[in-house]
Design a protein around this ligand. Structure first.
Ligand code: FES
Length: 98
């Protein structure tokens, strides 16, 4: 299984492929807050510090939210729209996007 490290909470957890970062964060009691949970509000923006290759492609909802918020995508993702696709690898997430 892939490993997800939530840097700001110092939580490291094994992740089943198919789970969103939101699902994992909520399961382990991470401090990240979530609003709509469906990719509309932008509350769950986080930065992928490492492991973007192990995640799904950026969705059209993410592109729309980043455009609405006038933010660049770069390494940023919406945790509720980002799915772990790999069986292995290490993904590191920071809630700070700057
Ligand atoms: S919780 Fe609203 S966009 Fe992720």
């Amino acid at each position: 299984m892939a490993t997800l490290y939530l840097k700001d909470d110092n939580i490291k957890v094994k992740v089943q492929p198919g789970m969103t970062l939101r699902q994992v964060a909520m399961k382990v009691g991470a401090s990240m807050e979530f609003g709509c949970r469906v990719g509309d509000c932008g509350t769950c923006i986080a930065r992928v510090v490492q492991g973007m290759a192990f995640l799904n492609q950026i969705t059209s909802k993410e592109s729309a939210v980043f455009k609405m918020l006038d933010q660049t995508l770069e390494d940023n993702r919406l945790m509720c729209q980002t799915v772990v696709e790999s069986q292995e690898g290490e993904i590191v997430i920071s809630y700070t996007t700057l």
